[in-house]
Design a protein around this ligand. Sequence first.
Ligand code: IVH
Length: 669
Amino acid sequence: MAETEASATHRLAAVRAEIAAHNRRYYEEDAPVISDREYDRLYRELLDLEARFPKLVTPDSPSRRVGGKAAKAFSPVTHRTPMLSLDNTYSEEEVGAFYRRIEKLLPNEKVPVVIEPKVDGVAISLLYENGRLRHAATRGDGTVGEDVTQNIRTIRSVPERLKGDVPSLLEVRGEVFMTKAGFAKLNAERAEAGLPVFANPRNSAAGSLKQLDPVITAQRPLGVIFYATGAVKGVELTHHSKLFALLKKLGLPCSETWWEADSLAGILKAIHELEQVRHGFVYETDGAVVKVDDFAQRESLGTTAKSPRWAMAFKYEADRVETKLLDILIQVGRTGVLTPVAALVPVFVSGSTVARATLHNQEEIERKDLRIGDTVVLEKAGEVIPAIVSARADLRDGSEKKFRMPANCPVCGSEVVKDEGQVAVRCVNAQCPAQLKRRIEHYASRGAMDIEGLGEAMVEQLVTRNLVHDVSGIYRLTSEDLLGLERMGEKSVAKLIDAIERSKAQPLWRLLFGIGILHVGVSAARALADHFANLNEMMAASPEELQRIPDVGEVVGTSIAQFFAEPSNRSMIEKLRAAGLRLTSEPKAPVAGNSQIKGTTWVITGTLSRPREEIVEEIVRQGGKVSGSVSKKTSYVLAGEEAGSKLEKARKLGLKIISEENFRELIAR
Ligand code: IVH
């Protein structure tokens, strides 16, 4: 703990930098690397330091700013009734205190309650008018949320129209989630494509909802569970236990599993039963919600400023186990970043055995004061990613060893460097075998050149036996080279040679992504392949020209120019060319009449005759973009029936507004 102003200044700088980095990962990249609890601890340390040394508070401290940037792109929606939050507890005693308080406030009355799963997702409020979906909004500050209608419409289980006897107005609240299986699949695909992985299903659901491009949201395995109503007209609802049947009749998904109780013993029994069955649900849950059933009783209990007195959330502890930290290993990534990884005595936690956990960087290890040989506490944050929370200092016998990042790369022995202002340490030797392995794995991965059979184990053998020295080397491999390798019979050799051969016909953008230029992801690679007719043109382009390409920008543009300035990279490209790879762009799709759509930004509003995703896809296919909110940058507003505030705004801004019919004509041209 920092005691003097000097040490506080030092620690504050470190904590702020760390929080800023985590904020960026959470809000902008949707890829947090620490659990919420750990983040809270760090944030609390910041608040505590600033409280003790007020002179050191700066206007740009993370404590003075909230949230991320992405939020700005969505227009505000005022909820008809506020979206409250719930009082939380981890203690059964507090559940008891909650129920006794209610009983005292309602003397001589039975107080039946409902116990249901607390879904770990993103709160959402949908407004249906006469059975039609009007809009969908996030919780925001509880009073005003963000319009995410376009993205919500891409979720298949959200009906555009309600079924049966529809109420004239229904504000319905629920939770958007990503299924556990869908999350695992998405992360596996992202990892293979060399993209950062999501920390847990909740973060990936939140990230998916915040996509400016609904096409991306549509590709994510999202679902929704409804559990409450806001403003309602045209239907009478008196008990929460009747809500489930009503929602089901209207076609709105809700929990199939819930309990009724009218005693503390009954409540606790339900909480325990839910704890057992919840691991079998397709979505993640982090607790149980206890709600008074009778709406009249809710009325008399009332609410506090933030949460109702008639409900409470009981949260289950994240599963924690203790194990031994055997060693701290160093992993060298594709770009040379050295990551410390904990080697553990394998333990079983939340459904799987864990033997490794990332420790991120030296600062993280120091902050937790982890030493090799320690007994450590391991937690599965959000049921998925294992993280070491702390060490049991009380169990030390003096033999434990402190860890220091090596001054040299453990694989190639080159010196490592720490870039200015970054926590990461990098091996700068481009020929480092560890980097080479990761680069080839990335090149061959499904998201890049998609070479089946060229996975981790094969690449390991090729590099250790000096058979390849850069990605172009795989095109010089012969059957003789491969036949000598482990588990490689004639059949598998022929298959691999064939897969390598076929990869030569992959489109240019896959190659650009595959060769691993720093900062060049799939979308930049596509933009580059669209812009240049061939790789030669691109290699000859100045950084300024590169930076002007949409989706490229300054950082990426500079990085590309640097990559091609490097003689070894140029020679690799020449070898790829000699091997017969396609280094030219595909002829662009004829855009004759649709030059009118290419490069334009669209906002879609109102009710349309067909699913919105279809329209979005058409626009995107023809080179346009779809945004959720109207601004001066909007090129066209496609207005369906009964379009509301967006249409109004478009008129005010004097934007081009077109009907569905005109749209069809435009697309058909
Ligand atoms: S009821 C006025 N029921 O938990 C009470 N909330 O920590 C409104 N949540 O903001 C909420 N599952 O986003 C309710 N079955 C459930 C829930 C649930 C998840 C979320 C909701 C709320 C948060 C409070």
